[in-house]
Design a protein around this ligand. Structure first.
Ligand code: NDP
Length: 392
């Protein structure tokens, strides 16, 4: 029996994880579930999964969580605060940590799970983007096992299984990208929040859905792939594939390409990561090729979607550039969702921040978090200055 902590249990990945785990009661048990502020949903998740602990990041909500747990009929112990989430990630009671918190808020717990040598099923791409080599070294040093949950990276992982070190070193990664909802739209200046928060193929949380619309999501994934698989950026290509059937590919030195395909349902990658090297049924309908009919491919348009290019630039710049880009994007997306800035302003903010703010290269978790905090502060002041300018 393996014991699991689901960090971000009330989100899209968290819910898919609970669904997969519930299919294997003889193999997995849920020890803890966590959330930011959704006490009702968290209490329900604790009740449904039989979790022993429920943690809410917002300390003010401890009492509310206790009440909701009672109301839901759960006997889980209630805890509160980000520190408590970090402690759960490193708890000796836990074998597997599912990192499904959204944004840089997930960095610290990812590191704690990595330091504690856990099996880490990582959806939180922002912690790989910001943690980079430091995170990968932490994983190596502790003997932790990292399974990428992001569908593209999970696909690449599958395409690399069995490859020799030499074959790996000579291969290229081809990341597929749906192109998002605005693939064919020329003018992006008047994109609404409603339009940007609806993805054509995937059902996901709000932040990643907007990232998919700007292609920042693909940019973050390029950075993620660079660190997860230790591939230089020159060996990572992006191809737009609107049907989202091929989740990514690896091209070997002989020109042969191995592609991984499946329905666009995150339960597939979660089940693969939980069961590896076995394959577990995730309850997802297999692909039906007579329904798909065509698979198409095109190059990404970096003019309309410059954030994808900024990710490559961040890798070239090195140092803290990826952390600054990630922070600028998070602040930008939040401001866009709140109606403070326009869709294309997210890219302007990212550009201004990445080239205007170059803090020292962090060397450990504390410095990564400090850099993230500084970058957020600056990005926030850019947003406020921008709003002031609009009002005057
Ligand atoms: P959601 O927005 O649906 O869920 C986010 C989860 O994180 C919620 O449980 C939320 O709690 C919790 N959370 C938010 N802020 C904090 C915080 N400050 N401290 C602690 N917990 C917090 O996101 P997704 O499930 O879509 O995405 C999660 C991660 O997985 C992201 O990094 C995303 O990029 C990645 N990912 C997602 C995919 C998907 O299909 N959704 C695909 C590939 C990667 P609450 O409900 O209380 O707000």
């Amino acid at each position: 029996m393996e014991s699991i902590a689901i960090l971000g249990a009330t989100g899209s990945i968290g819910k898919s994880s609970l669904d997969v785990i519930s299919r294997y009661p003889d193999r997995f048990t849920v020890y803890a579930v966590t959330a930011n502020s959704s006490v009702k949903k968290l209490a329900q998740a604790a009740k449904d999964s039989g979790a022993k602990v429920a943690v809410i990041a917002d300390k003010e909500l401890l009492e509310a969580l206790q009440e909701e747990l009672r109301a839901a009929g759960s006997t889980a112990e209630a805890l509160a605060g980000s520190k408590a989430i970090d402690e759960i990630a490193a708890s000796p009671e836990v074998d597997i940590v599912i990192g499904a918190i959204v944004g840089a808020a997930g960095i610290s717990s990812t590191f704690k799970a990595a330091e504690a040598g856990k099996k880490l099923l990582l959806a939180n791409k922002e912690s790989v983007v910001c943690g980079g080599r430091i995170l990968m070294d932490t994983i190596k040093a502790s003997g932790a096992v990292l399974m990428p949950v992001d569908s593209e990276h999970n696909a690449i992982f599958q395409c690399l299984v069995g490859a020799t070190q030499k074959a790996r070193c000579e291969a290229n990664i081809i990341l597929t990208c749906s192109g998002g909802p605005f693939r064919q739209r020329q003018d992006l200046s008047d994109v609404t929040v409603e339009e940007a928060t609806h993805h054509p193929n995937w059902s996901m949380g709000k932040k990643i859905t907007v990232d998919s619309a700007t292609l920042m999501n693909k940019g973050l994934e390029v950075i993620e792939a660079r660190w997860l698989f230790d591939f230089e950026p020159e060996r990572i290509q992006v191809v737009v594939h609107p049907q989202s059937v091929i989740h990514s590919m690896v091209q070997y030195a002989d020109g042969v390409i191995i592609a991984q395909m499946g329905a666009p349902d995150m339960r597939n990658t979660i089940a693969y990561s939980l069961g590896f090297p076995e394959r577990l049924d995730a309850g997802v309908e297999p692909l039906n090729f007579s329904k798909i009919k065509t698979l198409t491919f095109e190059a990404p348009d970096l003019k309309r979607f410059p954030q994808l290019g900024y990710a490559y630039d961040a890798l070239k710049l090195g140092g803290a550039a990826s952390i600054v880009l990630n922070a600028a994007n998070e602040i930008g997306v939040e401001a866009f969702i709140q109606g403070k800035i326009g869709f294309t302003d997210i890219a302007r903010l990212c550009h201004a921040m990445m080239y205007g703010f170059q803090p020292p290269t962090p060397t450990n978790l504390e410095e990564i978090l400090e850099t993230d905090k500084e970058a957020r502060k600056l990005a926030q002041s850019w947003v406020e200055g921008f709003c002031d300018k609009l009002e005057n």
